[in-house]
Write a protein that binds this ligand. Structure first.
Ligand SMILES: NC(=O)c1ccc[n+]([C@@H]2O[C@H](COP(=O)([O-])OP(=O)(O)OC[C@H]3O[C@@H](n4cnc5c(N)ncnc54)[C@H](OP(=O)(O)O)[C@@H]3O)[C@@H](O)[C@H]2O)c1
Length: 338
């Protein structure tokens, strides 16, 4: 399926193309399942910070079965189940290795297709304990949460994590934090979603609509200490609260700005607590592979809100935009496991 001419969900079209031929060190996968991220919506609607050439096959995330290989492929064999990686060139090490022109789902064609060719270096084996739909949810949201809390954050047992909202990134962060022995506080616009987050293991929830100055509640819940890690997806208003909700040397992972980009913060709030603030750019393949081992070891299961047939992508995108979801939205291709 391609996004034609002008960005708009109404311009997604199924087009018949020849099955691509894998070249040297490339694999051809039959796509089994894909998953949506907020970035995909922005690209499809033309509101993403970068404009890409069209037509474009959207979606960075998916899982498929290796059905053909070019010469000299060493990492995979026919029949393997693999996930795409978000950054095609960021294998490991520092973010300087991530080349901006090598992101899947824009500018590189994504996985909303029946077949896709991947460089063997830009794919990882899917965790064996996950269904196709669950594995498809990992490449962007889960790796982002893992990179923030584990690769960069070096999370430790007994620490406290604040996750904002109940979307894909935040629920993965909740699961990884719990698996690391940390405690989790969740914010949400919905009391019902807060109850669901508690059922997953969060020890407390705060409704950020009813309590926009929620830092005070976080300090009460942590007996005045504050939290060690924040998954910040809200933008300047929530960022100002996050700064007040941190413990000394707390870490704020700046991941999204769903509430907008305009606002003010007080630099003294950073200074007073010596808060570490860092931007999170998804993560490397190395982070993805480490995360997959943890997912298998702890038998973690991604939270899937709803599954659509893959040719209903436009409907799935509209559903994500409405914001009523809890966790990930996936698209199912034929022969996939739910
Ligand atoms: N930097 C990166 O590498 C990276 C990677 C992935 C995603 N992101 C970004 O991170 C953000 C979240 O991504 P996602 O895939 O998890 O999105 P998502 O699945 O659509 O989830 C978004 C959730 O955030 C909550 N939310 C909405 N507006 C909010 C606000 N103003 N303040 C606090 N929470 C708010 C809502 O939860 P409730 O309904 O519970 O209120 C919503 O369901 C997006 O901005 C995305 O672009 C960045």
């Amino acid at each position: 399926m391609t996004l034609q001419n002008n960005p708009s969900v109404d311009n997604l079209r199924i087009v018949e193309l020849p099955i691509p031929e894998p070249r040297r060190q490339e694999i051809l996968i039959r796509v089994r399942a894909t998953a949506l991220n907020y970035r995909d919506i922005e690209i499809i609607n033309g509101t993403y910070h970068t404009a890409f050439n069209l037509p474009l096959v959207p979606l960075s995330d998916g899982v498929g079965e290796v059905v053909a290989m070019g010469e000299d492929v060493t990492r995979f064999k026919i029949g393997d189940r693999v996930c795409s990686t978000f950054w095609q060139r960021w294998i490991g090490g520092s973010f300087r290795m991530a080349e901006p022109t090598y992101q899947r789902g824009g500018p590189i064609d994504g996985l909303l297709a029946e077949y896709a060719v991947l460089d063997e270096q830009a794919a990882v084996l899917a965790p064996r304990n996950l269904t196709d739909v669950e594995a498809a949810a990992l490449p962007c949201a889960a790796v982002t949460a893992w990179h923030a809390l584990v690769t960069e954050g070096k999370i430790k047992a007994g620490e406290t994590v604040l996750v904002q909202g109940t979307g894909g990134v935040s629920l993965f962060a909740l699961q990884f934090a719990l698996a690391s022995g940390a405690k989790v506080i969740v914010t949400s616009s919905s009391d019902e979603k807060l109850e669901r987050a508690k059922a997953l293991g969060a020890f407390a929830g705060i409704n950020y609509r009813q309590d926009p100055e929620w830092a005070e509640a976080v300090l009460e819940l942590t007996e005045g200490r504050g939290v060690d890690h924040v998954i910040e997806v809200g933008g300047p208003q929530s960022f100002a609260q996050s700064l007040k909700a941190c413990t000394r040397r707390g870490q704020i992972n700046v991941i999204g700005y769903l509430g907008g980009k305009e606002g003010t913060i007080n630099p003294l709030d950073i200074f007073a607590r010596q808060v570490d603030v860092r931007g999170i750019p998804v993560g490397s393949r190395e982070s993805f592979e480490t995360m997959n081992r943890a997912i298998e070891a702890h038998d973690l299961k991604p939270v899937i809100d709803r599954i659509f047939p893959w040719d209903d992508a436009a409907e799935a995108i509209r559903y994500l935009e409405r914001g009523s979801h809890f966790g990930k939205i996936a698209l199912l291709h034929s022969e996939a496991s739910r």
